[in-house]
Design a protein around this ligand. Structure first.
Ligand code: PA5
Length: 384
């Protein structure tokens, strides 16, 4: 299981209270998800994934924010098998859209469109473009059989269209928000289609979730709690930036997922720690200078996967040099670089983030700030 290399005082009563609040929250459904996997839903997901794999060379995953970063993080880290996964609808750049449309030219493909609200602009635009391509290539009836819509159970434009056209539907549960949804169909369908072992992923998450057992005499030593209380303590002491550091270039999207998880969960009411990231040794030759010697308002959280001899020497060197440079260096030892390890990691960070946000006195599950730009954009679009 994941372990941490530091000691900190965990307020056991407060930890229990916060976990209770998180699990009872109307958006806290993710907290017990790995412990209560719906086997029928899992079987449906695997069946759909097999169909996608058998008839497509490419799966286009359309979604933004929590509707794509989790599965992309794992697929980029572990690699897809016998199929290409491409991503669309995560920006409004027509150049990016053209690039993704070019990637399916002459290939058999399917589309998994993921949007809980079913109304988000970026995925909606990309979905229309790919739907047109599907219809052009396969005709309407076959095209609609190649569309997999993951959305709200009862509401939204995407939901209504999926019902009308007969797309295969998967549900984003009401009590789970985008950035906490990796272990629902949001993450599991594209992951299974990519050939990722989702059973192993879920068993990593299960072990991590089970470890937070309040009756365990060692409860206060749980690494999730140590990490959550440590980052709050650092924040209170004026460290306002956390730099997630990994030594595996393929985990760049895992860093992106982390930044979204912490940024959207914690950054509100003037609170929160700014989540930043580096990938070493690459970034030792750029941001490494700042880490060693720049402004001392940051700490480093090293995500330490088992690695080869040379890379592990780099890890040790970084820990020593940066500690000597005067920044707190936290290290998370991850047991394995595989589905199981990522299952543990994702649950670890989801729960730690929710606890940490609560310690800062903010609601981990809303994102009122995201609406501000949306309403400005809406005004500008209405003017045209
Ligand atoms: O974590 C979140 O809740 C957000 O990042 C959403 O996932 C993102 O805004 C996309 O929303 P939707 O799934 O409704 O299209």
């Amino acid at each position: 299981m994941i372990d941490v290399n530091f000691e900190t005082k965990v307020n056991e009563a407060r930890a229990k209270e916060l976990i209770g609040l998180i699990k009872a929250d109307p958006m806290g459904g993710w907290a017990n998800l790995p412990l209560e996997i719906d086997q029928k839903e899992l079987a449906r997901i695997k069946k759909a994934a097999e169909k996608i794999r058998s008839e497509s060379e490419v799966l286009v995953c359309i979604g933004i924010g929590g509707s794509y970063l989790g599965h992309r993080a794992i697929i980029e880290a572990l690699g897809e098998k016998d199929i290409d996964i491409i991503y669309a609808g995560n920006s409004l750049s027509h150049r990016e859209l053209d690039k993704s449309l070019a990637a399916i030219e002459g290939k058999d493909f399917s589309v998994n469109v993921i949007s809980k609200s079913g109304t988000t602009l970026e995925p909606a635009i990309a979905f229309n473009a790919f739907k047109e391509k599907l219809i052009e290539k396969y005709g309407e009836s076959e095209a609609f059989k190649r569309i997999y819509a993951t959305t709200d159970a009862t509401h939204g434009t995407l939901h209504d269209e999926a019902v009308e056209k007969g797309y295969k539907r998967f549900v984003v549960p009401d009590n789970i928000g985008g950035r906490y949804s990796v272990f629902s169909a949001v993450g599991l369908l594209p992951l299974a289609a990519a050939g990722i072992d989702i059973d192993a992923l879920l068993s990593g998450a299960y072990e991590m979730a089970k470890s937070l057992d309040e009756s365990d005499p060692k409860f206060a030593k749980n690494p999730i709690l140590k990490y959550a209380f440590m980052r709050h303590d650092l924040g209170e002491r004026g460290y306002d930036t956390e730099v997630f550091a990994s030594f595996e270039p393929a985990t760049m999207y895992f860093n992106e997922w982390l930044k979204q998880l912490f940024g959207e969960s914690e950054g509100k009411n003037g609170q929160g720690i700014w989540p930043a990231s580096v990938v070493y040794s690459t970034d030792l030759h750029s941001l490494g200078q700042f880490m060693q010697d720049g402004r001392r308002n940051l700490w480093e959280t090293i995500i330490d996967f088992p690695t080869d001899d040379l890379n592990s020497k780099v890890v040790e060197a970084v820990k020593k040099a940066h500690s000597a440079g005067g920044i707190p260096v936290l290290s998370l030892d991850v047991p394995s670089y595989d589905e199981y390890g990522f299952g543990e990691l994702i649950y670890f960070f989801e729960m730690a983030c929710a606890i940490s946000a609560k310690l800062f006195g903010v609601n981990p599950f809303d994102q009122p700030g995201v609406e501000a730009y949306k309403s400005e954009l809406k005004k500008l679009m209405e003017v045209q």
